[in-house]
Design a protein around this ligand. Structure first.
Ligand code: SAJ
Length: 396
């Protein structure tokens, strides 16, 4: 029986896919409300194909429990935040989860860590928990690559990496994942697996930073950055990403900082890239002030931010550029801007609207922070608002 520890953005779909593919799965989470909701068949995740897989997993007998069960295979997928000062991983949640597993697991158990962890985390923080390892527990690192908004498809089709201390254990875990993953599952050592995951996201962060620096340069010198990028990308070996109002989420915004924290003297490019991405919310705020001045609008409460999530067509707001911008505005003692996001049903900031019409009535300038499909489905009601689209870099 496989126990998936942590039923969040990654653990829950992973548990569902394992069960839907015929594995005997028990899902455990420290949040008893979450476990209760899952036992009441509440989906908790709004992703394509998730409902079908969830129902199939249910039919095949997946269980959700409030007490950590005794078994011999655990997949741990819990948050691994970073410490803002040291820029190093904060492994506390992961350490607590592993300690709980070690308190109940059988002899010769396998403990797979899916959480994104900085290189050396398992050696530094997890291996010492095994002590002299009389229980002969095997550690494995199996980072995931799924992208919110396309999780089920990517869980089935993405290539994966399994880091293990020996080939036999690696092959065993590879076979488990291959029950639902049709991509190539590469076996390597644990430290290499830790490194590859963080480097993949760092590669993306650097490329986003390049697009963002181009956006700032083109704005300053009155050129159209999106037209330039579109033309450049017609080159067979050029693929410039899209500029935006900043970088959110708990991955691209976080993982590169693990490398900066661990290798401060060897990560100049990475540090500069993160500084560029981190500078974008303030860049947007300054452009808002300029637009207000150009249109003789003195009242900041006439400005509304469309989009609170960290990217399109999902409900995840973690570290979103809008939250970063509102924080800057707060630090400058500025009045909080109005905000509307069709995907965010709960109040998470001041001045948050849940009615698009009312939001539009109360503003003169709409700043598009996230290009949700909802926006393009409702263009007709926007009327003659001044629009600053931070992702398409146009102002109307
Ligand atoms: N963004 C841009 N411009 C772009 C692409 C993204 O500004 O061209 C912004 C987005 O708006 C968002 C942020 O970057 O605020 C991150 O979005 P994302 O779609 O790039 O990434 P995530 O965080 O949703 O998912 C990433 C993926 N990693 C890579 O693509 C290398 C995913 O495969 C990982 O599984 C995930 O991180 C993770 O959990 O590590």
């Amino acid at each position: 029986m496989i126990c998936v520890v942590g039923l969040g953005y990654i653990g829950l779909p992973t548990a569902i896919m394992l069960a839907a593919s015929g594995n005997d799965v028990v899902g455990y989470d420290i949040d008893k409300d979450r476990v209760k909701a899952l036992n009441e068949k509440k989906l908790l995740l709004d992703e394509n194909e998730f409902e079908e897989e969830f129902n199939l997993a249910y039919d095949k007998g997946i269980k959700f429990v409030e007490e950590l069960p005794t078994t011999d295979l655990y997949i741990v997928s819990v948050p691994t935040p970073y410490n803002h000062e040291s820029m190093k991983i904060d492994p506390k949640i992961l350490i607590d989860a592993v300690k709980n597993v070690l308190g109940v697991c059988r002899k010769n158990s396998i403990l797979v860590i899916e959480s994104t962890i900085s290189p050396g985390t398992i050696d530094t923080y997890i291996r010492p928990l095994l002590g002299n390892n009389e229980n002969e527990v095997s550690l494995v690192h199996a980072p995931e690559r799924i992208i919110p908004g396309n999780m089920i498809y990517e869980l089935k089709n993405n290539n994966r990496t399994i880091g293990a201390d020996n080939e036999k254990i690696g092959e065993y875990v590879q076979n488990i994942y291959s029950t639902f993953c049709k991509g190539e599952i590469v076996l390597t050592d644990i430290r290499t697996a830790e490194m590859t995951k963080v480097i993949e996201n760092t590669y993306r962060a650097i490329n986003i930073a390049f697009a963002n620096e181009l956006a700032k340069l083109c704005y300053k010198h009155s050129m159209n950055v999106n037209e330039i990028i579109d033309i450049c990308n017609k080159h067979p070996r050029v693929n410039i990403l899209s500029p935006g109002p900043g970088v959110g989420g708990h991955c691209i915004a976080v993982d590169p900082r693990f490398l900066i924290g661990d290798y401060p003297r060897d990560t100049d490019l990475i540090r500069t890239a993160m500084e560029i991405n981190d500078s974008m919310p303030e860049f947007v705020l300054n452009r808002i002030y300029k637009i207000m001045k150009d249109n003789n609008i003195k009242d900041i409460s006439r400005v509304g931010l469309y989009g609170l999530t960290y990217k399109e067509n999902i409900d995840d707001c973690r570290q979103s550029p809008t939250l970063q911008l509102l924080e800057i505005q707060r630090e400058h003692l500025g009045e909080p801007l109005k905000v509307y996001d069709p995907y965010v049903k709960k109040d998470i900031v001041e001045n948050q609207y849940h009615d698009f019409d009312k939001f539009l009535d109360d503003i003169d300038i709409m700043v598009v922070m996230v290009n949700h499909k909802h926006l393009y489905e409702n263009l007709k009601i926007i009327g003659n608002k001044i629009i600053y689209n931070t992702k398409a870099d146009f102002i109307r």
